[in-house]
Design a protein around this ligand. Structure first.
Ligand SMILES: [Zn+2]
Length: 290
């Protein structure tokens, strides 16, 4: 049986502009890479499908184009919480219709309009990454909340799942999340507590696990990874970051989903075939792909 793995969160589309210094992270290990070589290596490793994730408006446009130009690649459009401050404006009456209840800032109207268009584009299957990041705090909390709410509302309007990035911020995330009905999605790069994992599962969310699982020294974290219900587990890389063992020091690529799959299968006492099959089926179901 050939394994089919699904990288549900990576940033491979950025290779298309990786010759500019700001994206030099794709060449941090001085290995020559192109979109073609990375996709070929992924397929050879059984990673037959992936989602490329937008972190700004321009980056989301790039993700959409990249997905449209490559088989087995779909796009998620979104604004990372670090970037939230670049998309907000002092709140007035809210003529846009996507009401950001309880927040003092609104979203720039032209940004809303473009995201609404992107949400209906071919191969756009999700919204995010979006969420709250209080660990770095690169954007004020109220900006992060407004931009998160905008994306939840966009996803609900278009029946799309969300890729959530939540770091040191679950106390504020849950009340926002629970103020909506019918939100679907995944907690990407999950490293939080057993309690928050269980709360997410109870809310119907999926849990995305990446290379961190292979190199964490946190025993409690490993117990949490072991107990994620099978029907809620997704695999991802977050490439070019978070390279799993034994390839630490190399730039992470979607092909490295395999190392995380092998590590998790051993941790969870199951075959890698079973893990691959169930996580790929979970991804297809969440993203409504066949
Ligand atoms: Zn990411």
């Amino acid at each position: 049986m050939t394994l089919e793995l699904f990288d549900t969160h990576c940033h491979v589309h950025e290779i298309a502009v990786a010759l500019t210094p700001v994206h030099d992270k794709w060449h941090a290990d001085r290995v020559e890479r192109s979109a073609g070589s990375v996709l070929d290596a992924a397929r050879a490793a059984g990673v037959t499908r992936m989602i490329v994730i937008g972190t700004t408006l321009a980056d989301s446009e790039l993700a959409m184009q990249f997905a449209q130009n490559h088989d087995g690649v779909w796009a998620s459009i979104g604004i990372h919480p670090h970037e939230a401050k670049n998309y907000t404006t002092p709140q007035k009456s809210n003529p846009g219709g996507l009401s950001s209840q309880a927040s003092k800032v609104g979203i720039l109207p032209e940004v809303l309009e473009r995201f609404r268009q992107l949400a209906t584009a071919a191969k756009v299957v999700a919204v995010g990454e979006c969420g709250l990041d209080y660990y770095y705090g690169h954007s004020p909390k109220e900006d992060q909340e407004a931009v998160l709410r905008m994306q939840i509302e966009l996803a609900l309007q278009h029946d799309l799942p969300l890729s959530f990035h939540v770091r040191d911020a679950f106390d504020d995330f849950w009340p926002i999340f629970e103020s909506y009905q019918g939100v679907r999605g995944v907690l990407h790069s999950f490293t939080d507590s057993q309690a928050n994992m269980e709360r997410a599962v109870a809310q119907g969310l999926y849990i995305g696990v990446n290379g961190i699982a292979t190199f964490t020294r946190d025993e409690v974290q490993l117990v949490t990874y072991r107990t994620i219900p099978q029907h809620r587990l997704l695999l991802e890389t977050d490439a070019p970051f978070l390279t799993p063992k034994p390839f630490r020091g190399k730039v992470c690529e979607p092909k490295h989903v395999m190392q995380t799959a092998e590590y998790l299968a051993a941790l969870r006492d199951e075959s890698v075939e079973h893990l691959a099959e169930s996580t790929t089926a979970n991804a297809l179901k969440l993203l409504k792909l066949t």
